[in-house]
Design a protein around this ligand. Sequence first.
Ligand code: PMP
Length: 427
Amino acid sequence: MSRSATLFANAQQHIPGGVNSPVRAFAGVGGTPLFFKHAEGAYVTDEDDKRYVDYIGSWGPMILGHGHPEVLNAVRAQLEHGLSFGAPTALEVEMADLVSQLVPSMEMMRMVSSGTEATMSAIRLARGYTGRDSIIKFEGCYHGHSDSLLVKAGSGALTLGVPSSPGVPADFAKHTITLPYNDLDAVAKYLAEKGQDIACIIIEPVAGNMNCIPPVDGYLQGLRQLCDKHDVVLIFDEVMTGFRVALGGAQAHYGVKPDLSTFGKVIGGGMPVGCFGGKKEIMSHIAPLGPVYQAGTLSGNPLAMAAGLATLKLVQQADFHAQLSSYAKRLTQGLQERADAAGIAFTTTQVGGMFGLFFTDNKDIRNFKDAVACDVERFKKFFHLMLDGGVYLAPSAYEAGFVSAAMGKTELQITLEAAEQAFNALA
Ligand code: PMP
């Protein structure tokens, strides 16, 4: 029995499903999840000493690759001064200044400890600001697991087939309106009828939790116009896309300015961090400036700020995002060529350092329906064949993949060789 299998058996005694977050359990692909003990650069090493090229990157934070020395040194240096003060620090001021410089719509912001907290707080703020109760989200988008947002959600909620979770009161869920992604008419129609009830629209500007689905041309711009028309707060959930698809996030990439944005993952450099912010006029409603309550014992934690700041400094290097994008392009093109050669119906998507792999001959994947129409059984086999070949993809057909700056020619070659064998085995 492998060490991962032994650990997994033991883990299940005191941890539900043996994991601290559901998708880690390999529920979407079957088999025993790998337990990791080390990560460096583009690779993770499991408890049985097998090394994999890592396209998950801790689900997004490790955009520099694992264990970047400058990030580790920043954390080590901060360590000497204290783990947490529960009081303001110079690091938080530096972080807020830097984020507002990199993402100009972020006039004011609050640091929190997870993406879930960031989106939950942004929604409360939008409700408090507008005095309206209902929100619009899109089918297959995941914004963390707060009650209002766990309705027709993507990611693990979708992988496990529980798009709406028991435990979310119907009285809460009824305030969450779910519309199809990439369908501007559906939003226009809904707002024309009930716009005065809607506090905000929250969207993943590139959907990454129903596989990777980019917005169609004009979609985000159209949402901006509709929100202006109906006085609805537009929230971009950039927890995945932030500092990844471009230095200024998806809002810079597509040239659309949201009212509020949420961040996570990259902004914490691998430490537990989230952030929400935006227009000063709206953010001024947050306590203690205003009446909308939001707080956190570990918010703005100094170690987390040190890791995040070091990461945000490094992603500003010239050509950083162009190189991520170039690797992701070569990866998706290489995979497509090999799938075509093996006669496997296959489609890819890619925006910057984010990518999606779909087992289908549909070349125009736009929404949740398209994502779930793909051949999931084929994905499961592909996932395990890639694992055998030393490549760690997300263990679900409904997650975006991430590339890191630590990836180069060698990793591309390992990946494409594994894929060629995998596609041939599937044919
Ligand atoms: N929003 C998006 C777009 C996400 O992808 C995620 C997590 N994958 C979240 C919010 C929630 O973040 P966290 O897991 O840190 O709570």
